[in-house]
Design a protein around this ligand. Structure first.
Ligand SMILES: *[C@@H]1O[C@H](CO)[C@@H](O)[C@H](O)[C@H]1NC(C)=O
Ligand SMILES: *[C@@H]1O[C@H](CO)[C@@H](O)[C@H](O)[C@H]1NC(C)=O
Length: 239
């Protein structure tokens, strides 16, 4: 095992199947032209989503959330009422790193984070030769959202421990109004590929999925209404 410190990145190379790369700064990865670093580069490319991939994942979440916030989400004719307090979701690299850490060693069972602290959606599928990490993650997000279309909205618009057995836990995590940040990792393990997304603000039992009422009328503290989307966007104090 060799350790390299590279321009804002901490990278640990495991020779063999395991690749592991922690994004710790800004700017592109600069690699030396050696066999070892090429291996490293391939593994990191596979393990980490591209910026376009991250944007697509976040946008898919915010599209669902915006449609809900504006009272336009349609489940087979059941048009959901608008949301007063739906946060806009942003990408968080720390969550992405933690999500990736849960799968980079290809465990037989993927450990979940403390459910009181961090939400977690997991999808494992068969590997498809032509697909890259972005493809798997985008497919996972679309699969999760489809739970609402297939199974309907959570009873009483309320988060309960039954959501998992009803096959609604992942979609509900995508839609939970108080969730404001997320990050995902993707790892190929043999013939399987795992996508794991972590969410800041996990599902909280007995909470409403969102508060119904006038769009944006009750944005949480430090959030302001983004009119085009009807989402409550985080606003830094003093700006
Ligand atoms: C909602 O979806 C149903 C089909 O599932 C469709 O018939 C209906 O027109 C849609 N309503 C709106 C307002 O889009
Ligand atoms: C939904 O809410 C109503 C009114 O609060 C309650 O009586 C009912 O038991 C709830 N249904 C479920 C399935 O929790």
């Amino acid at each position: 095992m060799k350790t390299f410190m590279l321009l804002g990145f901490l990278c640990i190379i495991f020779i063999g199947e395991l690749g592991f790369c922690l994004h710790k700064g800004l700017g592109p990865i600069k690699l030396f032209e050696t066999e070892q670093t090429q291996t490293f580069s391939i593994q990191c490319t596979h393990a980490q989503l591209t910026d376009a991939g991250k944007t697509a994942i976040v946008n898919a979440h915010n599209k669902l959330r915006s449609t809900l916030a504006q009272g336009k989400y349609n489940i087979s004719g059941d048009i959901r009422r608008a949301a007063t307090n739906m946060k806009m979701i942003g990408w968080n690299d720390d969550l992405a790193i933690k999500a990736y850490r849960s799968i980079y060693q290809c465990p037989s069972n993927i450990a979940r984070p403390n459910p009181a602290e961090t939400g977690c959606n997991i999808r494992v599928v068969d590997a498809v030769g032509t697909q890259v990490a972005d493809d798997y993650a985008k497919e996972a997000v679309a699969f999760w959202e489809k739970q609402f279309q297939d199974k309907g909205w959570p009873v009483n618009n309320t988060i309960t421990t039954d959501l998992a057995s009803q096959g609604l836990a992942e979609a509900t995590q995508m839609a939970f109004s108080l969730t404001g940040a997320m990050g995902c990792g993707v790892q190929k393990c043999g013939s399987k590929v795992a996508t794991v997304c972590y969410y800041k603000y996990p599902l909280v039992n007995n909470n409403k999925v969102y508060e119904m009422g006038t769009t944006c009328s009750r944005c949480p503290d430090f959030h302001v209404c983004n009119q085009p989307t009807g989402l409550c966007a985080y606003q830094q104090v003093g700006k």
